[in-house]
Design a protein around this ligand. Structure first.
Ligand code: NAP
Length: 309
């Protein structure tokens, strides 16, 4: 019998209980899944970093913690967590991110705001360039960044991707490492941030890097708020160097009602809704990892705690 502790807010249990039970049943493993167990009985923890469980010390027999979120910055440094940690790569979440990023890139590319907010009786016939004349750079070529890059490349945007290690992605120009970041930024009329938050990426988009972007560039950030130096972003927007910033994630969430971003004419705020884990597809990922653990196979999507993602 495999004992699985579900450690997340109770509303998540309501969403996940049926899909997880179904996906685990399909593995033909014998399991017991609950929201409460004597800690020493637990084999796997299905986990959300905002759950009440923060001290893993009593879970002496736990074989792995299976995160429901893609981002692990709130759990990766937990010194009580000694067992393997897997993050979530979920097909539903990936598709959601591709749709959100594509939608916001297309909004800025086509200049849709001019017509949505500018119906003033003037017949403006400015024609947007075609996608192939609009270079887009995506920082982060992981599960999400790569899927977005491939979709935008299929729409014929010239796409540049940047990551920590080298990549070879058909139709995408790739750069890697800090030394090549400038090359990835200098052509980007639209830059999309899909990096994890780590000690290395925190504050990476600072005044110097924003200044490298071409004049009028748009920043789209569905990654993590602290990737960006907020003061530098505001200064760059106010100075007219940047055209717009569409931000889904923030240093503090929820973004406080009095925050300058809410009212800034060149900032669009979305409330961390770019993409969510989808219970049906995520449950299959969790079940597959538990099946792998039970049969001695390597777990999928393990976090490298040394590098923080
Ligand atoms: N707003 C939302 O709703 C939402 C939803 C889901 C996820 N997210 C955010 O999106 C992030 C990305 O998710 P993912 O699943 O694509 O992550 P991932 O698969 O871990 O990919 C991360 C990418 O960032 C690159 N990277 C990490 N550190 C770097 C550094 N110091 N320099 C250059 N590149 C670096 C990695 O390079 P390598 O490939 O070389 O390792 C990889 O390409 C998550 O961490 C989370 O913060 C947001």
């Amino acid at each position: 019998m495999i004992n699985i502790l579900f450690a997340a807010h109770s509303d998540r249990w309501d969403e996940y209980q049926i899909p997880l039970t179904k996906a685990l049943t399909a593995t033909e493993l014998s399991f017991d899944m609950r929201t409460d167990f004597p800690p020493e009985m637990v084999d796997y923890i299905v986990y959300a970093p905002n759950s009440a469980l923060q001290d893993f010390t009593p879970y002496t027999n736990c074989r792995a913690v299976l995160n429901l979120w893609a981002g692990v910055e709130n759990i990766v440094g937990n010194q009580t967590l000694k067992m393997p940690l897997a993050r979530m790569i979920d097909r539903g979440m990936t598709r959601g991110m591709v749709e959100w990023v594509t939608g916001h890139v297309m909004r800025h590319h086509l200049g849709m705001d001019a017509h949505i907010f500018g119906q003033d009786g003037l017949w403006r016939s400015d024609i947007a360039p075609l996608a192939w004349d609009r270079p887009v750079t995506i920082l982060g070529m992981g599960a999400l960044g790569r899927a977005c890059a491939e979709t935008l490349a299929n729409l014929e945007f010239p796409v540049t991707g940047w990551s920590r290690t080298p990549k070879n992605i058909s139709g995408v120009t790739t750069f890697h490492g800090e030394n090549q970041l400038e090359r990835a930024l200098e052509t980007a009329q639209i830059v999309v941030l899909l990096l994890p938050l780590t000690a290395e990426t925190q504050g990476m988009i600072n005044a110097h890097r924003l200044a490298i972007l071409p004049k009028g560039a748009v920043v789209v950030n569905p990654g993590r708020g602290p990737l960006i130096d907020n003061d530098a972003l505001l200064a760059c927007l106010n100075a007219g160097h940047l055209g717009h910033a569409t931000l889904d994630v923030f240093h503090t969430e929820p973004l406080p009602a009095e925050h300058a971003f809410w009212h800034h004419p060149k900032i669009t705020v979305t409330p961390h809704i770019a993409s969510a884990t989808r219970p049906d597809s995520a449950a299959r990922v969790i079940a597959e990892n538990i099946r792998r653990g039970a049969t001695g196979e390597a777990l999928l999507h393990l976090v490298d705690r040394r590098i923080g993602y």
